[in-house]
Design a protein around this ligand. Structure first.
Ligand code: ADP
Length: 485
Protein backbone atom coordinates (compact mmCIF):
# COMPACT_ATOMS: atom_id res chain seq x y z
CA UNK A 1 0.00 0.00 0.00
CA UNK A 2 2.98 2.32 0.36
CA UNK A 3 2.83 2.27 -3.43
CA UNK A 4 0.01 4.82 -3.08
CA UNK A 5 2.63 7.43 -2.19
CA UNK A 6 3.48 9.36 -5.35
CA UNK A 7 6.67 11.04 -4.13
CA UNK A 8 8.68 7.88 -3.49
CA UNK A 9 11.42 9.82 -1.73
CA UNK A 10 9.08 10.32 1.19
CA UNK A 11 9.15 6.61 1.92
CA UNK A 12 12.25 5.88 3.97
CA UNK A 13 12.95 3.01 6.29
CA UNK A 14 16.38 3.69 7.69
CA UNK A 15 17.71 5.70 10.58
CA UNK A 16 18.48 9.32 9.75
CA UNK A 17 21.74 10.30 11.41
CA UNK A 18 24.00 13.18 10.47
CA UNK A 19 22.21 13.63 7.16
CA UNK A 20 22.65 9.98 6.14
CA UNK A 21 20.19 7.13 5.85
CA UNK A 22 21.73 4.18 7.62
CA UNK A 23 20.78 0.66 8.66
CA UNK A 24 21.01 -0.50 12.24
CA UNK A 25 24.57 -1.66 13.01
CA UNK A 26 23.30 -5.19 13.67
CA UNK A 27 21.05 -5.11 10.58
CA UNK A 28 17.89 -5.49 12.66
CA UNK A 29 14.56 -4.19 11.39
CA UNK A 30 11.01 -4.15 12.74
CA UNK A 31 7.69 -4.56 10.99
CA UNK A 32 5.17 -1.76 10.63
CA UNK A 33 1.55 -2.72 10.07
CA UNK A 34 -1.57 -0.98 8.87
CA UNK A 35 -3.90 -1.16 11.90
CA UNK A 36 -6.95 -1.37 9.65
CA UNK A 37 -6.19 -4.66 7.92
CA UNK A 38 -2.92 -5.70 9.56
CA UNK A 39 -1.16 -5.55 6.21
CA UNK A 40 2.62 -5.33 6.50
CA UNK A 41 3.56 -1.86 5.31
CA UNK A 42 7.29 -2.29 5.54
CA UNK A 43 10.36 -3.01 7.60
CA UNK A 44 12.14 -0.18 9.36
CA UNK A 45 15.67 -0.08 10.80
CA UNK A 46 15.65 -0.99 14.48
CA UNK A 47 18.26 1.24 16.07
CA UNK A 48 19.57 0.80 19.57
CA UNK A 49 22.05 2.16 22.06
CA UNK A 50 24.90 2.50 19.57
CA UNK A 51 22.86 4.43 16.99
CA UNK A 52 21.32 6.69 19.62
CA UNK A 53 24.80 7.57 20.88
CA UNK A 54 25.88 8.23 17.29
CA UNK A 55 22.91 10.56 16.77
CA UNK A 56 23.75 12.49 19.95
CA UNK A 57 27.32 12.99 18.73
CA UNK A 58 25.99 14.20 15.35
CA UNK A 59 23.59 16.64 17.02
CA UNK A 60 26.35 17.91 19.29
CA UNK A 61 28.77 18.40 16.43
CA UNK A 62 26.17 20.27 14.36
CA UNK A 63 25.17 22.56 17.22
CA UNK A 64 27.84 25.25 16.99
CA UNK A 65 27.29 26.16 13.36
CA UNK A 66 23.48 25.87 13.57
CA UNK A 67 23.20 28.22 16.53
CA UNK A 68 25.70 30.59 14.94
CA UNK A 69 23.44 31.10 11.91
CA UNK A 70 21.57 34.37 11.81
CA UNK A 71 18.00 33.89 13.04
CA UNK A 72 16.69 35.01 9.66
CA UNK A 73 18.60 32.17 7.97
CA UNK A 74 17.16 29.56 10.30
CA UNK A 75 13.78 31.14 9.69
CA UNK A 76 14.14 30.84 5.91
CA UNK A 77 15.08 27.16 6.16
CA UNK A 78 12.05 26.50 8.36
CA UNK A 79 9.81 28.32 5.89
CA UNK A 80 11.09 26.12 3.08
CA UNK A 81 10.41 23.08 5.24
CA UNK A 82 6.87 24.32 5.88
CA UNK A 83 6.27 24.82 2.15
CA UNK A 84 7.63 21.38 1.28
CA UNK A 85 5.37 19.74 3.87
CA UNK A 86 2.33 21.42 2.34
CA UNK A 87 3.44 20.58 -1.21
CA UNK A 88 3.53 16.94 -0.12
CA UNK A 89 0.39 17.14 2.02
CA UNK A 90 -1.57 14.44 0.20
CA UNK A 91 1.26 11.91 0.21
CA UNK A 92 2.08 12.60 3.84
CA UNK A 93 -1.60 12.25 4.75
CA UNK A 94 -1.88 8.88 2.99
CA UNK A 95 1.29 7.66 4.69
CA UNK A 96 -0.09 8.78 8.05
CA UNK A 97 -3.44 7.06 7.52
CA UNK A 98 -1.71 3.86 6.40
CA UNK A 99 0.38 3.50 9.53
CA UNK A 100 -1.92 5.15 12.06
CA UNK A 101 -5.43 4.48 10.78
CA UNK A 102 -7.15 7.85 11.14
CA UNK A 103 -9.47 9.03 8.34
CA UNK A 104 -7.73 10.74 5.46
CA UNK A 105 -9.53 14.04 6.08
CA UNK A 106 -8.10 14.06 9.61
CA UNK A 107 -4.65 13.16 8.30
CA UNK A 108 -4.78 16.03 5.82
CA UNK A 109 -5.80 18.25 8.70
CA UNK A 110 -2.94 16.97 10.82
CA UNK A 111 -0.37 17.67 8.10
CA UNK A 112 -1.65 21.24 7.78
CA UNK A 113 -1.75 21.58 11.56
CA UNK A 114 1.78 20.18 11.91
CA UNK A 115 3.00 22.53 9.19
CA UNK A 116 1.40 25.48 10.98
CA UNK A 117 3.86 24.98 13.86
CA UNK A 118 6.78 25.07 11.45
CA UNK A 119 5.44 28.29 9.96
CA UNK A 120 4.77 29.77 13.38
CA UNK A 121 8.27 29.03 14.67
CA UNK A 122 9.88 30.15 11.41
CA UNK A 123 8.46 33.54 12.37
CA UNK A 124 9.26 33.27 16.06
CA UNK A 125 12.90 32.40 15.25
CA UNK A 126 13.35 36.10 14.50
CA UNK A 127 11.80 37.20 17.80
CA UNK A 128 14.05 35.74 20.46
CA UNK A 129 14.00 38.99 22.39
CA UNK A 130 15.97 39.69 25.54
CA UNK A 131 15.68 42.65 27.89
CA UNK A 132 17.62 45.57 29.20
CA UNK A 133 17.15 46.27 32.90
CA UNK A 134 18.24 49.40 34.80
CA UNK A 135 21.44 48.51 36.70
CA UNK A 136 21.76 48.62 40.51
CA UNK A 137 24.25 51.53 40.31
CA UNK A 138 24.61 54.47 37.93
CA UNK A 139 27.53 52.81 36.16
CA UNK A 140 25.97 49.36 35.80
CA UNK A 141 23.73 47.96 33.06
CA UNK A 142 21.94 44.61 33.01
CA UNK A 143 21.26 42.86 29.72
CA UNK A 144 19.23 39.66 29.45
CA UNK A 145 20.08 37.22 26.65
CA UNK A 146 18.06 34.22 25.53
CA UNK A 147 20.23 31.45 24.11
CA UNK A 148 19.55 27.99 22.67
CA UNK A 149 19.73 25.32 25.35
CA UNK A 150 21.72 22.92 23.16
CA UNK A 151 21.07 19.35 22.06
CA UNK A 152 17.42 18.36 22.51
CA UNK A 153 15.96 14.85 22.77
CA UNK A 154 12.37 14.48 21.60
CA UNK A 155 10.24 11.38 22.23
CA UNK A 156 6.86 11.34 20.51
CA UNK A 157 3.72 9.17 20.42
CA UNK A 158 1.75 7.56 17.60
CA UNK A 159 -1.58 9.42 17.86
CA UNK A 160 -0.32 12.46 15.94
CA UNK A 161 2.66 11.02 14.06
CA UNK A 162 3.32 14.31 12.27
CA UNK A 163 2.19 17.20 14.46
CA UNK A 164 3.68 15.95 17.73
CA UNK A 165 7.03 16.01 15.97
CA UNK A 166 6.79 19.43 14.32
CA UNK A 167 5.54 20.91 17.59
CA UNK A 168 8.87 19.99 19.17
CA UNK A 169 11.37 20.07 16.34
CA UNK A 170 10.28 23.39 14.80
CA UNK A 171 10.72 25.46 17.99
CA UNK A 172 13.95 23.62 18.83
CA UNK A 173 15.43 24.39 15.42
CA UNK A 174 14.09 27.94 15.47
CA UNK A 175 15.82 28.54 18.80
CA UNK A 176 19.13 27.26 17.43
CA UNK A 177 19.05 23.81 19.06
CA UNK A 178 19.75 20.49 17.37
CA UNK A 179 17.53 17.43 17.86
CA UNK A 180 17.58 13.67 18.27
CA UNK A 181 14.04 12.42 17.75
CA UNK A 182 12.74 9.03 18.81
CA UNK A 183 9.29 8.66 17.25
CA UNK A 184 6.82 5.97 18.21
CA UNK A 185 7.60 2.51 16.86
CA UNK A 186 3.98 2.34 15.63
CA UNK A 187 4.40 5.27 13.23
CA UNK A 188 8.02 5.64 12.09
CA UNK A 189 7.28 6.34 8.41
CA UNK A 190 5.71 9.73 9.05
CA UNK A 191 8.69 10.76 11.16
CA UNK A 192 11.20 9.72 8.51
CA UNK A 193 9.22 11.52 5.79
CA UNK A 194 9.25 14.77 7.77
CA UNK A 195 12.98 14.44 8.39
CA UNK A 196 13.56 13.89 4.68
CA UNK A 197 11.65 17.10 3.88
CA UNK A 198 13.58 19.01 6.53
CA UNK A 199 16.83 17.99 4.93
CA UNK A 200 15.48 18.90 1.47
CA UNK A 201 14.61 22.31 2.89
CA UNK A 202 18.23 22.85 3.90
CA UNK A 203 18.37 21.70 7.51
CA UNK A 204 22.07 20.77 7.72
CA UNK A 205 23.32 17.26 8.54
CA UNK A 206 23.20 16.45 12.24
CA UNK A 207 20.71 19.18 13.11
CA UNK A 208 17.70 16.84 13.02
CA UNK A 209 18.32 13.12 13.56
CA UNK A 210 15.78 10.32 13.80
CA UNK A 211 16.21 7.05 15.69
CA UNK A 212 13.55 4.50 14.83
CA UNK A 213 13.58 1.68 17.34
CA UNK A 214 11.58 -0.91 19.20
CA UNK A 215 14.02 -0.56 22.10
CA UNK A 216 12.37 2.54 23.51
CA UNK A 217 13.63 2.00 27.05
CA UNK A 218 17.24 1.54 25.97
CA UNK A 219 17.20 4.53 23.62
CA UNK A 220 15.42 6.54 26.30
CA UNK A 221 18.08 5.63 28.84
CA UNK A 222 20.84 6.83 26.51
CA UNK A 223 19.03 10.09 25.74
CA UNK A 224 18.16 10.89 29.34
CA UNK A 225 21.54 9.99 30.84
CA UNK A 226 23.64 11.81 28.25
CA UNK A 227 25.28 14.94 29.68
CA UNK A 228 25.37 16.33 26.14
CA UNK A 229 21.58 16.29 25.85
CA UNK A 230 20.38 19.39 27.70
CA UNK A 231 16.66 19.02 27.29
CA UNK A 232 14.00 16.36 26.86
CA UNK A 233 10.63 17.06 25.31
CA UNK A 234 8.24 14.15 25.71
CA UNK A 235 4.63 13.54 24.73
CA UNK A 236 3.12 10.27 25.86
CA UNK A 237 1.74 8.41 28.81
CA UNK A 238 1.98 9.76 32.35
CA UNK A 239 3.73 6.59 33.54
CA UNK A 240 6.56 6.89 31.01
CA UNK A 241 6.74 10.66 31.55
CA UNK A 242 7.35 10.11 35.26
CA UNK A 243 10.00 7.51 34.51
CA UNK A 244 11.81 9.82 32.08
CA UNK A 245 11.60 12.68 34.56
CA UNK A 246 13.39 10.52 37.14
CA UNK A 247 15.97 9.45 34.57
CA UNK A 248 16.67 13.10 33.72
CA UNK A 249 17.31 14.02 37.34
CA UNK A 250 20.98 13.02 37.39
CA UNK A 251 21.87 15.38 34.56
CA UNK A 252 19.33 18.04 35.66
CA UNK A 253 17.80 18.34 32.21
CA UNK A 254 15.24 20.90 31.30
CA UNK A 255 11.95 19.12 30.59
CA UNK A 256 8.75 19.58 28.66
CA UNK A 257 6.20 16.88 29.45
CA UNK A 258 2.86 16.60 27.73
CA UNK A 259 1.24 13.63 29.45
CA UNK A 260 -2.17 12.07 29.72
CA UNK A 261 -5.41 13.97 30.15
CA UNK A 262 -8.83 13.18 31.57
CA UNK A 263 -10.88 15.95 30.01
CA UNK A 264 -14.24 16.90 31.54
CA UNK A 265 -16.80 18.12 29.02
CA UNK A 266 -19.55 19.98 30.88
CA UNK A 267 -22.95 20.93 29.52
CA UNK A 268 -24.90 23.41 31.67
CA UNK A 269 -28.67 23.86 31.64
CA UNK A 270 -28.46 27.10 29.65
CA UNK A 271 -26.17 25.64 26.97
CA UNK A 272 -26.99 25.51 23.28
CA UNK A 273 -27.48 21.74 23.30
CA UNK A 274 -27.03 21.31 19.54
CA UNK A 275 -23.71 23.14 19.68
CA UNK A 276 -22.69 21.04 22.70
CA UNK A 277 -23.50 17.83 20.84
CA UNK A 278 -21.51 19.00 17.84
CA UNK A 279 -18.58 19.88 20.11
CA UNK A 280 -18.80 16.55 21.91
CA UNK A 281 -18.72 14.65 18.61
CA UNK A 282 -15.46 16.28 17.46
CA UNK A 283 -13.88 16.30 20.85
CA UNK A 284 -14.82 12.69 21.64
CA UNK A 285 -14.57 10.80 18.37
CA UNK A 286 -11.75 12.57 16.52
CA UNK A 287 -8.90 10.13 15.89
CA UNK A 288 -11.19 7.34 17.21
CA UNK A 289 -10.97 8.98 20.62
CA UNK A 290 -7.20 8.63 20.73
CA UNK A 291 -6.12 12.13 21.66
CA UNK A 292 -4.99 13.40 25.04
CA UNK A 293 -7.51 16.26 24.80
CA UNK A 294 -10.50 14.03 23.95
CA UNK A 295 -13.60 14.50 26.12
CA UNK A 296 -13.22 11.72 28.70
CA UNK A 297 -16.07 12.51 31.12
CA UNK A 298 -19.19 14.19 29.77
CA UNK A 299 -21.10 15.90 32.60
CA UNK A 300 -24.59 17.07 31.71
CA UNK A 301 -26.80 19.13 34.02
CA UNK A 302 -30.10 17.45 34.87
CA UNK A 303 -32.52 19.71 32.95
CA UNK A 304 -30.81 19.03 29.61
CA UNK A 305 -29.50 15.52 30.32
CA UNK A 306 -32.18 13.57 28.45
CA UNK A 307 -32.28 15.82 25.41
CA UNK A 308 -28.46 15.90 25.22
CA UNK A 309 -28.18 12.11 25.39
CA UNK A 310 -30.88 11.69 22.73
CA UNK A 311 -29.22 14.13 20.34
CA UNK A 312 -25.76 12.68 21.01
CA UNK A 313 -27.13 9.25 20.14
CA UNK A 314 -28.56 10.46 16.84
CA UNK A 315 -25.32 12.25 15.89
CA UNK A 316 -23.08 9.37 16.99
CA UNK A 317 -25.14 6.84 15.09
CA UNK A 318 -24.29 8.67 11.86
CA UNK A 319 -20.54 8.14 12.26
CA UNK A 320 -19.09 5.65 9.79
CA UNK A 321 -16.37 3.18 10.64
CA UNK A 322 -13.88 1.77 8.20
CA UNK A 323 -10.58 2.17 6.41
CA UNK A 324 -9.29 5.69 6.84
CA UNK A 325 -8.51 5.72 3.13
CA UNK A 326 -12.20 5.58 2.21
CA UNK A 327 -13.82 8.98 1.84
CA UNK A 328 -16.75 9.41 4.20
CA UNK A 329 -15.26 7.31 6.98
CA UNK A 330 -15.28 9.14 10.33
CA UNK A 331 -13.68 6.58 12.60
CA UNK A 332 -10.71 4.38 11.78
CA UNK A 333 -9.19 1.52 13.76
CA UNK A 334 -7.61 1.76 17.17
CA UNK A 335 -3.84 1.63 17.01
CA UNK A 336 -3.29 -1.94 18.23
CA UNK A 337 -4.78 -4.90 20.05
CA UNK A 338 -3.65 -3.62 23.45
CA UNK A 339 -5.61 -0.41 22.88
CA UNK A 340 -8.74 -2.29 21.78
CA UNK A 341 -8.55 -4.66 24.75
CA UNK A 342 -8.21 -1.71 27.11
CA UNK A 343 -11.33 -0.02 25.68
CA UNK A 344 -13.27 -3.29 25.94
CA UNK A 345 -12.20 -3.62 29.57
CA UNK A 346 -13.29 -0.09 30.47
CA UNK A 347 -16.72 -0.58 28.91
CA UNK A 348 -17.17 -3.95 30.61
CA UNK A 349 -16.22 -2.51 34.00
CA UNK A 350 -18.62 0.44 33.57
CA UNK A 351 -21.52 -1.85 32.64
CA UNK A 352 -20.77 -4.20 35.53
CA UNK A 353 -20.80 -1.19 37.86
CA UNK A 354 -24.28 -0.18 36.74
CA UNK A 355 -23.82 2.07 33.68
CA UNK A 356 -26.29 1.74 30.78
CA UNK A 357 -25.24 1.06 27.23
CA UNK A 358 -27.00 3.40 24.78
CA UNK A 359 -25.04 2.65 21.64
CA UNK A 360 -22.17 0.46 20.41
CA UNK A 361 -20.22 -1.37 23.08
CA UNK A 362 -18.25 -3.79 20.95
CA UNK A 363 -15.89 -4.20 18.01
CA UNK A 364 -17.24 -3.81 14.48
CA UNK A 365 -16.46 -7.46 13.85
CA UNK A 366 -14.43 -10.05 15.71
CA UNK A 367 -10.68 -9.51 15.47
CA UNK A 368 -11.04 -6.00 14.06
CA UNK A 369 -9.44 -2.95 15.66
CA UNK A 370 -12.52 -0.94 14.67
CA UNK A 371 -14.54 -0.23 17.81
CA UNK A 372 -18.07 1.05 17.41
CA UNK A 373 -18.74 4.60 18.57
CA UNK A 374 -20.22 3.97 21.98
CA UNK A 375 -22.33 5.87 24.48
CA UNK A 376 -22.59 4.91 28.12
CA UNK A 377 -24.97 6.75 30.43
CA UNK A 378 -25.41 6.72 34.22
CA UNK A 379 -21.63 6.78 34.50
CA UNK A 380 -20.27 7.35 37.99
CA UNK A 381 -17.03 8.34 39.67
CA UNK A 382 -16.29 4.81 40.97
CA UNK A 383 -16.01 3.39 37.45
CA UNK A 384 -12.56 2.96 35.92
CA UNK A 385 -13.75 4.88 32.88
CA UNK A 386 -13.95 7.97 35.07
CA UNK A 387 -10.35 7.94 36.28
CA UNK A 388 -8.57 6.36 33.30
CA UNK A 389 -7.90 7.93 29.93
CA UNK A 390 -10.27 6.02 27.60
CA UNK A 391 -8.35 6.56 24.35
CA UNK A 392 -11.18 5.08 22.34
CA UNK A 393 -14.53 6.10 20.81
CA UNK A 394 -16.51 5.71 24.01
CA UNK A 395 -18.55 8.59 25.42
CA UNK A 396 -19.31 8.24 29.13
CA UNK A 397 -22.11 10.56 30.22
CA UNK A 398 -22.67 11.64 33.85
CA UNK A 399 -25.60 13.60 35.31
CA UNK A 400 -24.98 16.48 37.72
CA UNK A 401 -27.10 19.05 39.59
CA UNK A 402 -25.13 22.10 40.71
CA UNK A 403 -22.26 24.21 39.38
CA UNK A 404 -20.13 23.70 42.49
CA UNK A 405 -20.70 19.95 42.33
CA UNK A 406 -19.49 19.71 38.74
CA UNK A 407 -16.44 21.88 39.37
CA UNK A 408 -15.49 19.56 42.21
CA UNK A 409 -16.07 16.47 40.06
CA UNK A 410 -14.20 17.91 37.08
CA UNK A 411 -11.15 18.73 39.18
CA UNK A 412 -11.18 15.42 41.03
CA UNK A 413 -8.36 13.90 38.98
CA UNK A 414 -4.57 14.04 38.84
CA UNK A 415 -4.75 15.12 35.21
CA UNK A 416 -5.03 18.74 34.08
CA UNK A 417 -4.68 19.00 30.32
CA UNK A 418 -7.90 20.07 28.54
CA UNK A 419 -11.42 20.78 29.77
CA UNK A 420 -14.54 21.96 27.92
CA UNK A 421 -17.82 23.48 28.92
CA UNK A 422 -20.95 24.81 27.29
CA UNK A 423 -23.12 27.51 28.84
CA UNK A 424 -24.29 31.05 28.18
CA UNK A 425 -24.43 32.95 31.45
CA UNK A 426 -21.50 35.36 31.65
CA UNK A 427 -20.92 35.05 35.39
CA UNK A 428 -21.09 31.25 35.13
CA UNK A 429 -18.57 31.23 32.29
CA UNK A 430 -16.01 33.23 34.26
CA UNK A 431 -16.55 31.25 37.45
CA UNK A 432 -16.12 27.88 35.76
CA UNK A 433 -13.28 28.99 33.46
CA UNK A 434 -11.26 30.19 36.43
CA UNK A 435 -12.09 27.26 38.70
CA UNK A 436 -11.13 24.47 36.31
CA UNK A 437 -7.64 23.17 37.09
CA UNK A 438 -6.61 22.63 33.50
CA UNK A 439 -4.02 24.08 31.13
CA UNK A 440 -6.57 24.58 28.36
CA UNK A 441 -10.30 25.25 28.56
CA UNK A 442 -12.61 25.17 25.55
CA UNK A 443 -15.69 27.32 26.17
CA UNK A 444 -18.59 26.62 23.80
CA UNK A 445 -16.14 24.86 21.49
CA UNK A 446 -14.80 21.33 21.20
CA UNK A 447 -11.68 22.33 19.25
CA UNK A 448 -8.90 24.16 21.03
CA UNK A 449 -5.66 23.47 19.16
CA UNK A 450 -3.90 26.33 17.38
CA UNK A 451 -0.20 27.02 16.74
CA UNK A 452 -0.65 30.53 18.14
CA UNK A 453 -1.90 29.18 21.51
CA UNK A 454 0.20 27.69 24.35
CA UNK A 455 -0.74 23.99 24.34
CA UNK A 456 0.06 22.22 27.59
CA UNK A 457 -1.15 20.96 30.93
CA UNK A 458 -1.00 21.42 34.69
CA UNK A 459 -0.91 18.90 37.55
CA UNK A 460 0.20 15.43 36.39
CA UNK A 461 -0.51 16.27 32.74
CA UNK A 462 2.91 17.87 32.78
CA UNK A 463 4.45 21.23 32.07
CA UNK A 464 5.98 23.21 29.25
CA UNK A 465 4.06 24.79 26.40
CA UNK A 466 3.99 24.01 22.68
CA UNK A 467 3.11 26.73 20.18
CA UNK A 468 2.53 30.44 20.80
CA UNK A 469 5.00 33.10 21.91
CA UNK A 470 5.71 30.95 24.98
CA UNK A 471 6.70 27.85 23.00
CA UNK A 472 10.21 29.00 22.19
CA UNK A 473 11.08 29.47 25.88
CA UNK A 474 11.10 25.71 26.33
CA UNK A 475 14.21 25.58 24.11
CA UNK A 476 15.99 28.64 25.47
CA UNK A 477 18.04 29.44 28.54
CA UNK A 478 18.23 32.87 30.15
CA UNK A 479 21.54 34.55 30.84
CA UNK A 480 22.15 38.07 32.07
CA UNK A 481 25.16 40.26 31.61
CA UNK A 482 25.96 42.69 34.41
CA UNK A 483 28.08 45.37 32.76
CA UNK A 484 30.11 48.11 34.44
CA UNK A 485 30.33 50.99 32.02
P1 ADP B 1 1.38 5.26 24.51
O1 ADP B 1 0.83 4.32 25.54
O2 ADP B 1 0.47 6.33 24.12
O3 ADP B 1 2.06 4.57 23.38
P2 ADP B 1 3.95 5.74 25.67
O4 ADP B 1 4.27 6.71 26.76
O5 ADP B 1 4.16 4.30 25.93
O6 ADP B 1 2.48 6.09 25.27
O7 ADP B 1 4.75 6.09 24.35
C1 ADP B 1 5.08 7.39 23.94
C2 ADP B 1 6.50 7.39 23.42
O8 ADP B 1 7.35 7.02 24.48
C3 ADP B 1 6.76 6.39 22.29
O9 ADP B 1 7.70 6.94 21.39
C4 ADP B 1 7.36 5.22 23.02
O10 ADP B 1 8.20 4.43 22.21
C5 ADP B 1 8.19 5.95 24.06
N1 ADP B 1 8.55 5.13 25.22
C6 ADP B 1 7.86 4.12 25.79
N2 ADP B 1 8.54 3.63 26.84
C7 ADP B 1 9.69 4.35 26.95
C8 ADP B 1 10.81 4.35 27.83
N3 ADP B 1 10.90 3.47 28.85
N4 ADP B 1 11.82 5.23 27.62
C9 ADP B 1 11.73 6.11 26.61
N5 ADP B 1 10.70 6.18 25.75
C10 ADP B 1 9.69 5.31 25.91
Amino acid sequence: MLSLIKNRQLVNSQLFINGHWISAADGQTFDVYNPFDHELLGKVADGGVEETEEAIVAAHTALASWQALAAIDRSRILKRWHNLVLENQEDLAILLTLEQGKPLTESRGEIAYGASYIEWFAEEAKRVYGDTIPGPQADKRTIVLKQPIGVVAAITPWNFPNAMITRKVAPALAAGCTVVLKPSEETPFSALAIAYLASEAGVPPGVFNVITTTQAAEAGEVLTSSPVVKKLSFTGSTAIGKLLMKQCADTVKKLSLELGGNAPFIVFNDADVDAAVEGAIVSKYRNAGQTCVCANRIYVQEAVYDVFVEKLKVATDKLRLGSGLNEGVNIGPLINEKAATKVEGLVKDALECGASLELGGHRFYSGSLLYLPTIITDARFEMKISSEEIFGPVAAVYKFETVDEVIRLANNTDAGLAAYFYGKDNALIWKVAEALEYGMVGINTGIISDAAAPFGGVKQSGFGREGSKYGLDDYLVTKYLSIKT
